[in-house]
Design a binder for this molecule. Structure first.
Ligand code: FAD
Length: 425
């Protein structure tokens, strides 16, 4: 792997989701003349449609025996959140087989250790990032709740969370006052709830996008509208060819294009078993959910409800299908059913959204420096944790690009783990 001794003069970051945007800001702040290229259609990027949860408790990778054992129960047609549509079998079958292999005990333990180190650094990294962006108020470190509607659900849920490794977070039973606050929003009081400390939320995702982008531009960064079609190397620099016909050259190139990263890297020899893991939300501007109440996961419904500055969002579903398939309106209808059954005030018109989590079968991201193309770096595949992990990923990439040791060991996130015959392949 080529090793830099000093920061490059210029960098090009491909993708302006939360991962690309945070990397661009960190590089520019270090004095690297950075350009950020993106087609500029933020509406569909997962980064701005997610649940806003800084999920530092989720250190056990979803590639696990627990997930596999619970899959049958969670299928969409049985009322659950897992959708494996027949027309998407070409996407989900190979993914499921790889995930099965990644769920073996040894690999699960290694994945847990890897996520533990990333997630331990996630919250401090966000604090520094948002201070740098001049918007510290966007980080709310008030934890989150998990609530259950049935006694049996509460018993099973408490036992499962009590036994789970939750990293740097801690959990306790919700107090009577907290239970009453949640109950006041519901038709029926919850059978139980726990509260995490050490997790958090981003107060508003559109505001986050604006704050990060403005800080990047203020620091001298350039935002360029465009879609990268192909990458090539020139020895001392990397070249990105745009659909529009132009090309952009930089001393360091960072691929941070979410699900779009796979098609950019395959032609240069990478095996990238990335899947489009789609999720849905509905959002209303009119709600009585208190502005300061932490997000609540209604665990029996696999639904998280988050109060953003701009409204109330209910998000759910893991749908494995082709990225280009049209959204399935039954998912939005199901979210409305959940909200109605709970008795939440969720006035129409509610907006409907579907977006893609970029997910690898081992549920670890790819963050590193390429061994195939000098000056090429990558940061994508953050699955359910891309918002949580964006800031620490940016710290890692900015350090690597500058020739410094990254704050977290990047070895478990090396894309070469998927090479043919490799342990993760
Ligand atoms: C319903 C749902 C809820 C979620 N909840 C949470 C949560 O609470 N907490 C959490 O941490 N994570 C959550 N996630 C996951 C999180 O949203 C993602 O992991 C994260 O947004 C990925 O960010 P990204 O920047 O890698 O990708 P994206 O947000 O997809 O951004 C990629 C960008 O790259 C651009 N791009 C693509 N191809 C090209 C190209 N060829 N040239 C130029 N640009 C290109 C795209 O236009 C896009 O702007 C959730 C996801 C979903 C779907």
């Amino acid at each position: 792997m080529p090793n830099r001794k000093s920061p490059p003069g210029s960098a090009l970051v491909i993708g302006s989701g939360v991962v690309g945007l945070t990397i661009a800001l960190k590089l520019q702040a270090r004095g690297v003349a950075t350009t950020l290229v993106d087609p500029g259609d933020p509406a569909r990027a997962a980064s701005w449609g997610n649940a806003g949860h800084i999920a530092t408790e989720q250190i056990e990778p979803l590639a696990s025996g627990k997930t596999i054992r619970g899959a049958w129960r969670r299928l969409f047609w049985r009322g659950g959140a897992l959708a494996l549509p027949p027309r998407g079998i070409g996407a989900w079958l190979p993914f499921s087989l790889r995930m099965l292999a990644a769920s073996r005990r040894r690999r699960f333990d290694a994945g847990t250790a890897a996520l533990r180190s990333l997630l331990a650094a996630a919250m401090p990294a966000w604090k520094r990032m948002l201070e740098q962006a001049g918007a510290p108020e966007l980080l709310r470190e008030q934890g989150h709740f998990v609530a259950w509607e049935s006694e049996a659900g509460a018993r099973a849920g408490r036992a499962a969370w009590g036994a789970a490794d939750t990293g740097t977070t801690s959990l306790r039973d919700a107090t009577a006052e907290e239970l009453a606050a949640i109950a006041s929003l519901l038709k029926t009081p919850p059978a139980g709830a726990i509260r995490f400390a050490g997790s958090g939320q981003i107060a508003d995702l559109p505001e986050l996008a604006v704050s990060l982008r403005e800080a990047f531009v203020r620091a001298g960064g350039i935002v360029r509208r465009g879609t990268v079609r192909a990458l090539s190397g020139r020895g001392d620099a990397e070249v990105a060819e745009l659909d529009e016909g132009d090309s952009l050259t930089a001393e360091a190139m960072i691929v941070a294009a979410g699900y779009g990263s796979a098609s950019l890297l395959r032609p240069i020899g990478y095996k990238v078993p990335l899947v489009a893991e789609r999720g849905y939300h509905i959002e209303t501007a009119a709600t009585d959910w208190p502005a300061d109440l932490a997000p609540v996961v209604f665990e029996e419904r696999s639904m998280v409800v988050t109060r953003f500055t701009s409204g109330l969002r209910a998000a759910s579903f893991v749908e494995f299908t082709r990225q280009s398939s049209p959204p399935d309106p039954r998912k939005w209808a199901r979210l409305r059913d959940h909200v109605r059954a709970l008795g939440l005030r969720f006035d129409e018109p509610a907006t409907e959204w579907m977006g893609v989590r970029p997910t690898f079968p081992d549920y670890l991201p790819a963050v590193g420096q390429s061994r195939r193309a000098p000056n090429l770096y990558y940061a994508f595949g953050h699955q359910h944790l891309g918002l949580t992990l964006a800031a620490v990923t940016a710290d890692m990439v900015a350090a690597m690009v500058s020739g410094e040791a990254p704050p977290v060991d990047p070895a478990p996130f090396d894309l070469e783990r998927f090479r043919s015959g490799g342990a993760a392949g």
